[in-house]
Design a binder for this molecule. Structure first.
Ligand code: SME
Length: 162
């Protein structure tokens, strides 16, 4: 049996996102709502959170923002650390099917088996990222990736309006 998410569920969640974005009064509120939606509806998304680049930090630093799931020890991540740092520094989505086989991985929970991190762009620059962990190996298939990238795009657009 595939461990990726059910396509109908992904479509259902995707359809809720434009309304969620329209109703949010700020990018901050949208990020909070996105974490709740994905965590509540996507059963294999066992930790959902945003890391945002700290304004003016030198060297650049990712700081934990809104999240759902267990508290993580990684509240601040440098760009040369972790899957999170790799996604932010490359500006590319990173999908890890088996976190134990990736030496970059910073452990958040012993239960985590796979992870996706999607950069958020605002005004053409990486502003942060959406990070999702799963207790299931290879939980993030192509449709999951599209869904998470769509969420990141919506947040990026809201950040540009701020
Ligand atoms: N696993 C991430 C760290 C963040 S926790 O997953 C919430 C990483 O390797 O960068």
């Amino acid at each position: 049996m595939s461990t990726t998410s059910d396509a109908l569920k992904i479509e259902e969640v995707r359809k809720e996102l434009p309304r969620l974005s329209a109703e949010a009064h700020s990018a901050d509120q949208l990020m909070d709502n996105v974490t709740h939606l994905l965590f509540d509806k996507m059963l294999k998304y066992n930790w959902v959170g945003f890391y945002m680049l700290e304004p003016g930090a030198d060297p650049p630093m990712l700081v934990l923002g809104h999240f759902q799931g267990a508290m993580t020890p990684h509240t601040r991540i440098a760009l040369n650390q972790g899957i999170c740092g790799a996604a932010a520094s490359s500006g590319k989505t990173v999908v890890v099917d088996d976190v134990r086989s990736d030496p970059r991985y910073l452990a958040c929970s012993v239960e985590t088996k796979s992870e996706i991190v999607v950069p958020i762009f605002a005004h053409g620059q990486v502003a942060g990222e959406l990070d999702i962990d799963s207790h299931f190996p290879a939980a993030f298939g192509f449709e999951d990736r599209e869904l998470v990238e769509y969420c990141a795009q919506l947040v990026g657009k809201r950040l540009e309006q701020a």
